[in-house]
Design a binder for this molecule. Structure first.
Ligand code: BGC
Length: 755
């Protein structure tokens, strides 16, 4: 419907406008009936609808309506499947339409900096490209149903400890390449209707009142047009927030902060245009929803089936010593409380009131001769000898033992971080005891973030289910018994132990600040650079079939940074059953222009292949795929030189490599002064000849041999080798250059750079 939002804003009173900038209550925005502004509702998110009709809270304590819990992002990211995420998003969008929810709060794209972050289950990955791609697809799915999303938590909110006040101390290159990058692609390409700013401070400034973050980067650089809402209670200073670009405060402020806004306009400390613009942005999103209202049905059965499918496509087979798939009809002992009551979602604001939950015991009952033993309790981490004895008996009597293990609710949740990376001791003990009596053991894991697996070498199979949503048991049964072929790959590295993790020495900080000292070397970027052994690398996952790769082709061998490169590769299913493979494209910078990771994921594709079938997969790369963030340029920069295009089955298993030569017109300005090193100047083709001339001239006048010989004797390589790290002023002491000549040389070098 055509309407003039500016006109509507102009008819609002100051109080109405200020009121529009905070919630009416926990989940609603305010209405202004006389102007046709309706009251709209927002709800969590991200992987299900947590619509609270009565007693509201933001920690998932009070009941919400019955709904469908899809797998959490820790699982769905492992699907590496854009279409699947879009399909799930679209189902959520339809649910929102049916329930009249205008914005679904999510997806959450914060980078998994440490395995300990209590909320990792809700986040996608340690890799910003993968996180960004998954979030983009999720947003597109929800928003195509006419419902808004709120990408969160913007930004650098990577722990729960003191999340409402601590300052994440991060250098700009790291912010840009890792922490902001996960938001950038979805914001630019999927245009979420809203962005939720995080609780924490970034380099000292609260995200909720950070003009650099909310205005410079988000709006001016990324072209964001929706509105920014605060995380629940993230507002520190309301008027500063509004000025910085925080349009909506959530939840309600009891009118207090509305009054502060009114007062600030009246006393001239806040320009009314800023308030008008904020209201306009909020109204645009409200009316967009109003205009896209449609009849919809929340078909729980249908969405439950989709939740099962999403989990089936996401689970990661970590180990398989020819034990899986299990034969149908086998005598199997299903051991562990999670076989019956799986842990399938995390605690906190994303907690869904599932209308049904299927455990593996129920799902597999017709597939095999199954016995069950509980094995461990969930309330406390104590070894229960009786439960262990029962489990051992069941395992002995069976042909195979499948242990359903993982983290109990209390071990990880929104609101606090994990204290360690271990599973409950009672579960580790159980696994060891079962391995003593049964050679065929499979462990199925239910956890939102990696766990140490001291028993990994003793068991025959490990299936990582993560927090798989309410259909997790069906998905597990399908994969265990070969009705489906596992096709997920890890969206994060599983280290051997916590102390291997790059953030280990600086997580979670002292409560005031947390220093991101590992910089850009997060996850596999660190482990690969350090050549550190890991339990399972980023991008790793097994299948019941095998895939072979061949015929890697680049559509050009050299390119400008303004061009696109198309990479193609043939993938063949060389095994004997249908399966899906995730093809990972990594770029390795060989130019030496900066300290960079060994390789970085820059594209991926997922294909389904029948036995013997070959498909050609095409993926594109552009400047950004090669670039790093150059703080002095205030821009992304890909230096001229060679880059390897690597096709991998994981970050540790690169199967095909080719090289492309890239050229750029971008010139990185160098500050030239007496302390600029000879090495840096010799690296630049503009300055190198000037310096070389000056040096050879100087050598001649110093009378060190005949002119011709010394010119020939001083090759650029020699100068560079001998004087790489010497500042120009060193020429005074070591080459007898006088001050005047030195000044002149600096001038000449500057002139050469300008040309
Ligand atoms: C969480 C958000 C959530 C909000 C509303 C906050 O505590 O950090 O992710 O959307 O509550 O429940």
């Amino acid at each position: 419907m055509e309407r003039n939002v500016k006109e509507i804003v102009s008819q609002m009173t100051l109080e109405e406008k200020a009121g529009m900038c905070s919630g009416k209550d926990f989940w609603h925005l305010k209405s202004v009936e006389r102007l046709g502004i309706p009251e709209v509702m927002v709800s969590d998110g991200p992987h299900g609808l947590r619509k609270q009709a009565d007693q509201a809270d933001h920690l998932g304590i009070n009941e919400s309506i019955k709904a469908v819990c899809f797998p959490a992002a820790c699982a769905t990211a492992c699907s590496f499947d854009r279409e699947l995420l879009e399909e799930m998003g679209s189902a959520l969008g339809v649910e929102c339409q049916a329930e009249n929810v205008s914005v679904l709060l999510g997806p959450a794209v914060n980078i998994k900096r440490s395995p300990l972050c209590g909320r990792n289950f809700e986040y996608f990955s340690e890799d910003p490209y993968l996180a960004g791609q998954m979030a983009k697809a999720h947003i597109q799915g929800v928003q195509k149903e006419g419902v808004g999303t709120s990408i969160k938590h913007f930004a650098a909110n990577n722990q729960e400890y003191h999340r409402m006040s601590a300052s994440s101390e991060v250098d700009e290159r790291t912010l840009r390449e890792i922490y902001l990058a996960a938001f950038e692609t979805p914001v630019k390409e999927a245009k979420p209707k809203t962005v939720m700013c995080s609780y924490n401070r970034i380099n000292g400034v609260f995200a909720s009142e950070n003009p650099w973050l909310l205005d410079e980067v988000l709006r001016k650089e990324w072209g964001y047009e929706g509105y920014v809402m605060s995380d629940w209670g993230a507002v520190n200073d309301r008027v500063s927030g509004l000025k910085a670009g925080l349009e909506l405060e959530m939840p309600a402020s009891g009118g207090q902060t509305d009054r502060q806004i009114v007062e600030a306009v009246k006393n001239g400390t806040l320009k009314e245009e800023i308030l008008d613009r904020a209201v306009e942005r909020i109204l645009n999103v409200i009316f967009d929803y109003v205009d896209h209202r449609k009849d919809a049905v929340f078909d729980m059965e249908k969405d439950h089936a989709l939740a099962e499918k999403v989990e089936t496509e996401s689970m990661v087979l970590l180990k398989n010593d020819e034990i899986l798939p299990l034969k149908k009809g086998v005598r199997a002992a299903f051991i562990g409380a999670f076989a019956k009551n799986p842990r399938y979602q995390g605690g906190g604001s994303s907690h869904i009131n599932s209308f049904r939950v299927t455990g593996a015991l129920e799902a597999a009952k017709n597939l095999a001769e199954i016995t069950f033993a509980e094995g461990y309790g969930l309330k406390e981490d104590v070894i229960d000898e009786k439960l262990i004895a029962e489990a051992v008996e069941a395992a002995k009597a069976a042909e195979v033992a499948v242990i359903f293990a993982g983290l109990p609710d209390a071990f990880e949740s929104e609101g606090y971080d994990r204290a360690h990376m271990e599973m409950p001791k009672c579960q580790n003990h159980l696994i060891r005891e079962i391995c003593k009596v049964q050679p065929n053991v499979v462990v199925v894991l239910h956890n939102g973030s990696p766990v140490e697996m001291p028993w990994a070498d003793e068991v025959g199979g490990i299936l990582e289910a993560y927090l798989g949503g309410q259909g997790v048991g069906t998905a597990e049964a399908r994969i265990l018994f070969g009705e489906a072929n596992p096709c997920g790959k890890l969206a994060e590295t599983i280290p051997y132990k916590l102390s291997d993790n790059p953030s280990y020495l600086n997580f979670p900080g002292d409560g005031e600040t947390v220093e991101y000292k590992e910089g850009i070397f997060v996850g596999y970027r660190y482990y690969d650079k350090k050549e550190m052994p890991v339990r399972y690398p980023f991008g790793y996952g097994l299948s019941y079939t095998q895939f072979t790769y061949s015929n890697l082709k680049l559509d050009k061998k050299s390119m400008r940074d303004t061009e696109t490169l198309t990479v193609s590769v043939d993938v063949t299913n060389s095994g004997d059953r249908e399966g899906k493979e995730i093809i990972q494209l990594y770029v390795a910078d060989k130019t030496g222009s900066a300290n960079r990771p060994v390789r970085e994921l820059k594209n991926f594709a997922k294909v389904s292949l029948a036995p013997g079938e070959t498909k050609t997969v095409r993926m594109e790369l552009n400047k950004r795929s090669f670039a790093w963030y150059h703080v002095k340029l205030h821009d992304w920069y890909a230096a001229s030189g060679n880059y390897e295009i690597q096709i991998g089955k994981s970050s540790r298993e690169i199967v095909l490599i080719d090289t492309v030569e890239l050229t750029t017109e971008v010139k990185v300005p160098m500050e030239i002064h007496k302390n600029t090193t000879v090495g840096r100047l010799m690296d630049d083709p503009r300055m190198a000849p000037v310096l070389q001339d000056a040096l050879s001239e100087m050598m001649q006048t110093m009378g060190s041999g005949d002119g011709q010989a010394s010119t020939e004797a001083i090759s650029p390589e020699m100068i560079k080798g001998m004087m790489e790290s010497m500042p120009l002023r060193g020429l005074r002491s070591f080459a007898g250059m006088d001050e005047k000549a030195l000044d002149q040389l600096v001038e000449n070098l500057r002139a050469a750079q300008r040309q």
